[in-house]
Design a protein around this ligand. Structure first.
Ligand code: UDP
Length: 473
């Protein structure tokens, strides 16, 4: 298909329809639009419905309505992911991911075909698909688009995935009997323990592993990969990646001031914790959240709750109704909320950035989702780490072992209330080292986003390289 040469790039952005992906994609859309791109942002109907409900959007409005009113050329579209709106995507995750591979691909294909036929002005020139989609390269090839893959996790995780064959040949893939080893052969990753590999390299859940492998294979075919990370945080890893493929660290992609006008990307209605936080002294509150997906066992929750009681810390605890994954509603131990009245606030969801940036918050007990880590760094809040799955295991290593801006909640698989209390105490008392390191990390992020900073320069370079690539098409 003939692509018109046009100076203004028009990118179609398609995130994975999960909270941790929609958020960075939304901010990326805003960034690119503010640099002169035309954006067509594609949400699923289900995602749109969740966002509209969570944010009480008026009919016809979308998450970008404010940006559009400010003159940004962001066009918003929603397509079916192939499941009825009433289908519980979380409870049927396996079936859902399968659908994203096949049915959703057909819907994306139809959507792009119709978009091309409608001859938009400017014509579409590029697709920016989530690296966790398996079909980005197929769509790009079919419609002669520049193929960009957006990697929403640390570069270290991508590098590990790119070298799965090395893990296999060394017996470290899916192996549980070499846990004591230290892996030193992954280019750009000085050392990593097998237990810190992403869970997909440890698990024997073949369907999840296969899905990720297909995604990674597809991402390797992209013309460019952009990553929601920072050059100075992962410099040797990024250099090693760049030997394989053009990779640009452009993170963190979130806006740098969190005002009311900041775009909200939440898929769930958020409780406002501001008044409660205002009543607390600076640095005294522990914020606890395990993100949008992770499931914990009832035993984990019990030990964490008991640890909180022992520590006597003030806290906000985000407990999603589905955190146990079983549909059971009695999540907390009996009497816990009564016992912590006044010093604890339990909510189903909140505006995490508003909470983390409040001066009362002094620590974050986190599942180590990458967005949560970036947000915590930005707000200078050290972390207690309790990774559960996927990249979170590797992210923990970065936070605790490499950057030293957090501590472990427990040794893997052994969660005990006394340890929980001890490690919460360690983080809330903020040792000089933790304080120094978290300040340093914030400065790294801030500098990266400044006009002369690495992320800003990398983003501009990516745009220039992409425009050249469009001209070559
Ligand atoms: N988040 C939120 N409110 C909450 C909990 C989480 O807004 O109560 C947001 C958080 O700010 C982050 C995202 O949800 O941007 C979670 O992404 P992350 O990568 O940390 O974890 P995931 O949900 O993908 O496991």
């Amino acid at each position: 298909m003939e692509l018109k040469k046009h100076l203004q790039p028009h990118a179609v952005l398609i995130p994975l329809p999960l909270q941790g992906h929609i958020t960075p994609f939304t901010h990326l859309a805003m960034k690119l639009a503010s640099k002169g791109f035309t954006i067509t942002f594609v949400d699923t109907e289900s995602t749109h419905q969740q966002i509209a409900t969570a944010q009480s959007l008026k009919d016809g409005d979308n998450p970008f309505s404010h940006g559009q009113k400010c003159g940004l050329d962001i066009r918003y579209a929603k397509i079916s992911d192939g499941f009825p709106l009433s289908f519980d995507r979380r409870a049927n995750a396996r079936q859902f991911m399968k659908g994203l591979t096949h049915v959703f691909q057909t819907h994306v294909d139809d959507f792009i075909e119709n978009l091309v036929l409608s001859k938009p002005n400017p014509p579409i020139s590029c697709i920016i698909a989530d690296s966790f989609h398996v079909w980005g390269s197929m769509i790009a090839k079919k419609y002669n688009l520049v193929n960009v893959s957006f990697w929403t996790e640390p570069a270290t995780v991508l590098t590990v995935f790119y070298h799965m064959n090395l893990l296999k040949s060394n017996g470290h893939f899916g192996s549980h009997d070499k846990y004591e080893d230290t892996i030193r052969y992954i280019p750009g990753v000085q050392t990593i323990k097998p237990e810190d590999l992403p869970s997909y390299c440890q698990d024997d859940d073949p369907s999840a592993c296969n899905y990720v492998f297909k995604c990674i294979k597809d991402a390797q075919k992209a013309d460019f990969v952009i990553g929601n990370t920072v050059q100075e945080l992962e410099s040797s890893t990024i250099s090693a990646l760049q030997v394989q493929q053009p990779f640009y660290a452009i993170g963190p992609v979130f806006p740098t001031s969190f005002t009311k006008r900041t775009i909200s990307t939440s898929l769930l209605p958020a409780s406002d914790c501001t008044n409660w936080l205002n009543s607390k002294q600076d640095g005294t509150v522990l914020y606890i959240s395990f993100g949008s997906l992770a499931n914990l066992s009832k035993q984990d929750i019990l030990e964490i709750a008991q640890g909180i009681l022992i520590s006597k810390v003030s806290f906000i605890w985000v407990l999603r109704h589905n955190i146990l994954g079983s549909g059971e509603r009695n999540i907390l131990p009996l009497g816990f909320e009564e016992e912590t009245t006044g010093r604890g606030l339990v909510v189903p969801w909140c505006s995490q950035l508003a909470v983390l940036s409040h001066p009362a918050v002094g620590g974050f007990l986190t599942h180590c989702g990458w967005n949560s880590i970036l947000e915590s760094m930005w707000c200078k809040v050290p972390m207690v780490c309790f990774p559960v799955l996927a990249d979170q295991l590797t992210n923990r290593k970065l936070v605790v072992d490499d950057w030293r801006i957090g501590v472990n909640l427990c040794t893997r698989g052994l969660i005990r209330r006394e340890l929980v209390a001890e490690n919460i105490g360690r983080i809330m008392s903020r040792s000089d080292e933790l304080k120094k390191n978290i300040e340093k990390t914030k400065i790294i992020l801030q500098n990266a986003l400044s006009d002369e900073g690495s992320s800003e320069k990398n983003l501009n370079q990516f745009i220039e390289d992409m425009k050249n690539k469009i001209l070559q098409k």
